[in-house]
Design a protein around this ligand. Structure first.
Ligand SMILES: Nc1ncnc2c1ncn2[C@@H]1O[C@H](COP(=O)(O)OP(=O)(O)OP(=O)(O)O)[C@@H](O)[C@H]1O
Ligand SMILES: [Mg+2]
Length: 168
C-alpha cells in the first residue's frame, strides 16, 4: 500500500498480499474485530448499555481517547435512535486496520426524508421520549459532527441502516 502501512492496528495473521491493489483492498476490508449488540425498542432502562460496552472495548484496545470519545458519543446517539424511533434492531462494532465502524440496523418506520432528519432541531420523537429529555433533534447532527463519514439507508415502513465510520 504505502509508507504508513505500519500505522494502525494489524491483524495477527495478516498474509502478504500479491499486488498493491490486493493489499489496499485487504487493509480496507479486513475485519479485526466484530461485536453485535441487540437493542430493544422503548427500553429506556437499558438504553445506552451497548454504547457503554463499546466505549470500554475501544478504551481497552488502547485507541486514542479523543477518538474513543467521538465514537462513544455517536454510538450513544445511534443506540438511542433505535430505542426511540425503531421497532428494535442491533448495533454492530467493527474494527479494521484503519477504521472504527458502528452500524445500526433496525426494523421500523424508516426515515422518509433523510436530509430533513439530519437537520438540527428536526424530531418526530414521542411525547414519552420528550418527557425523558430526548427529542431535541440533535442526535444525527451530533453523529455527523463526530464521525469521518455517515451513511443512511432507509426504507419507509421497513427500517433503517446507519453506518458511521471513524478513520485513524
Ligand atoms: N432509526 C430510526 N428510525 C426511524 N426514524 C429515525 C431513526 N433515527 C432517526 N430517525 C428520525 O430522524 C429524526 C432526527 O433524529 P435525531 O437523532 O437527530 O433527533 P431525535 O432522536 O428526534 O432527538 P435527539 O437525538 O436530540 O434526542 C428523528 O426524530 C426521527 O424522525
Ligand atoms: Mg436521536
Amino acid at each position: 500500500m504505502n509508507s504508513d502501512s505500519n500505522k494502525g492496528l494489524q491483524g495477527p495473521q495478516e498474509t502478504p498480499p500479491t499486488t498493491p491493489a490486493a493489499k489496499h483492498e485487504s487493509s480496507e476490508t479486513q475485519v479485526l474485530m466484530k461485536h453485535v449488540f441487540p437493542v430493544e425498542a422503548d427500553d429506556f432502562t437499558s438504553a445506552g448499555e451497548a454504547s457503554g460496552k463499546i466505549k470500554n472495548i475501544l478504551k481497552q484496545l488502547g485507541i486514542d481517547s479523543q477518538l474513543v470519545r467521538r465514537a462513544a458519543i455517536a454510538c450513544y446517539e445511534a443506540e438511542l435512535n433505535l430505542v426511540i424511533h425503531s421497532w428494535g434492531g442491533q448495533l454492530t462494532l467493527l474494527l479494521t486496520p484503519h477504521e472504527i465502524k458502528i452500524v445500526t440496523e433496525d426494523t421500523g418506520p424508516g426515515i422518509p426524508d433523510v436530509d430533513m432528519a439530519m437537520k438540527e432541531g428536526y424530531s418526530t420523537a414521542s411525547e414519552r421520549a420528550r418527557e425523558l429529555g430526548f427529542g431535541a433533534g440533535m442526535g444525527l447532527p451530533n453523529i455527523q459532527r463526530n464521525a469521518s463519514r455517515v451513511e443512511i439507508y432507509s426504507v419507509v415502513g421497513q427500517g433503517t441502516t446507519l453506518k458511521i465510520t471513524f478513520g485513524f
